[in-house]
Design a binder for this molecule. Structure first.
Ligand SMILES: *Cc1c(COP(=O)(O)O)cnc(C)c1O
Length: 425
């Protein structure tokens, strides 16, 4: 039996579930054994994928999660507590994004939030643009794969448009791609790859002129950029203050620093949101109505998100944003000082890539991997992606030293591309 869904085919025990259960100490030993080959994230070896704001924040999320571990957010009737917490989370998000009449839902993650935006646009078009035969999403090619995924799942097409030299959506090209079949325009704030914010006002105005929805994917930026702005730093507009923006996705489990399994999708008002729910009334059990894509959902993720938001407050998030920005500046300046390496653009937050005109970046990535780092390989331009959170504060100097040493070996031809796989994730 092979685990063919996994990245590497893992042999699974032939014998199925063992007859006898194991005592707890053996279980914990086996779990610790299972993570033996994981990268040492607490030692700063995973500069992406994890969002960490300190032991206290982690503990708040864990404690809150455990309190609602068994509750099922599928049923607001059984657990009005979770409905109340979700409503509070959404109203906090509506405040951050200046959506006075915003409505939305908590989801399991950015992918689900974006899939819902796609599904909602499709059903909006079915109702409001019945003449559209082949619904099309127009998105810069830097947009997250979840939009193409949603298009595949829900029977739409995506036209992915070019970006400028600075990796922001080329507004003219995007405008030219919009046709009578377009049902959704997407922009990112920022896109994950380069951390670059698309010209959201221009994209939203193209949508508004045509009476189309415009979704802003703020999955990685949504719980960072508002606090950056509150710190007085000039921050490109992306939220509901921008006319024409009709929905926003933002991940709580990224720079919201909560437990994985929490994101939001928020609509400017109820007008568009009403196309999101699924409602089915021909099941022998009962009428089945759910607003999101999942069924059973852990109450833990809801409680953890609520708890971390309330634990940190705006002041806590601003302080974390300030530290993260200072740390990002240290990484960016340090990388730019290494001969041959340069950060792509001027990232407004701790999510960016670096590249080289002279060095083989696949070889640099291999060299970092050999030093024990998990490396997020970037395809365009060839390079490496970093996500900076306070977890990395103690490790910035070591990373820069290790990177400089690896870059020097690549420059001298002592380290070459090993031909390793460069798939995301
Ligand atoms: C992370 C991310 C997503 C996907 O979110 P998941 O929580 O991984 O499903 C979508 N868009 C952007 C810009 C992201 O950074």
């Amino acid at each position: 039996m092979k685990n063919v869904g996994g990245r590497a085919a893992v042999a699974v025990a032939e014998s199925g579930l063992a007859e006898r259960g194991l005592p707890r100490d053996e279980l914990w030993a086996l779990l610790d054994e299972a993570r033996r080959d994981d990268y040492a994230w607490r030692d700063g070896r995973v500069p992406s994928l994890l969002y960490y704001a300190g032991e206290d924040v982690l503990e708040v999320a864990q404690q809150a999660y455990l309190r609602f571990f068994s509750e099922n957010a599928l049923s607001p009737k059984a657990f009005p507590s979770l409905k109340r917490l979700e409503t509070e989370i959404l109203s906090i998000a509506a405040g951050l994004f200046h959506g006075a009449n915003a409505v939305g839902n908590l989801t399991s993650g950015g992918t689900e939030s974006n899939l819902l935006a796609v599904k909602t646009a499709r059903d909006w078009a079915r109702a409001q643009r019945p003449e559209v035969q082949r619904p099309v999403i127009v998105a810069p090619r830097t947009a997250h794969p979840s939009f193409s995924r949603g298009a595949q799942y829900f029977g739409l097409e995506v036209v992915r448009t070019p970006v400028d030299a600075d990796w922001r959506a080329d507004v003219k090209a995007l405008r030219a791609a919009v046709t009578d079949d377009t049902v959704l325009i997407v922009g990112s704030a920022p896109g994950y790859t380069h951390g670059v914010i698309d010209p959201i006002p221009e994209l939203a105005s193209i949508a508004a002129e045509r009476g189309l929805p415009c979704h802003v994917d703020a999955c990685v930026g949504g719980f960072f950029l508002p606090f950056r702005e509150q710190l007085g730093r000039a921050t490109p507009p992306f939220d509901f203050r921008v006319p024409g923006v009709t929905s926003i996705s933002a991940d709580l489990h990224k720079f919201g620093y909560t437990a994985k399994g929490a994101s939001i999708v928020l609509y400017r008002d109820a007008e568009l949101h009403r196309y999101q729910p699924f409602d089915f009334d021909d099941w022998p059990c009962a009428r089945y109505t759910v607003p999101t894509l999942t069924g059973t959902r852990s109450g833990g993720a809801v409680a953890a998100a609520w708890a971390v938001l309330r634990y940190l407050g705006a002041q806590g998030y601003r302080e974390l944003a300030e530290r993260t920005l200072a740390l990002t500046e240290a990484y960016v300046a340090g990388i730019n000082r290494i001969p041959g390496l340069s950060v792509v653009g001027e990232p407004p937050m701790g999510c960016f890539g670096y590249t080289s005109d002279t060095l083989d970046m696949a070889a640099v990535a291999d060299g970092l991997e050999d030093q024990g780092y998990y490396v997020g390989r970037m395809a365009e331009p060839p390079g490496i992606h970093l996500t900076i959170t306070p977890l990395l504060e103690p490790f910035v100097d070591r990373y820069l030293q290790d990177l400089a040493a690896v870059a020097e070996r690549v420059a001298q031809g002592r380290l070459v591309d090993q031909g390793r796989e460069a798939r995301y994730g």
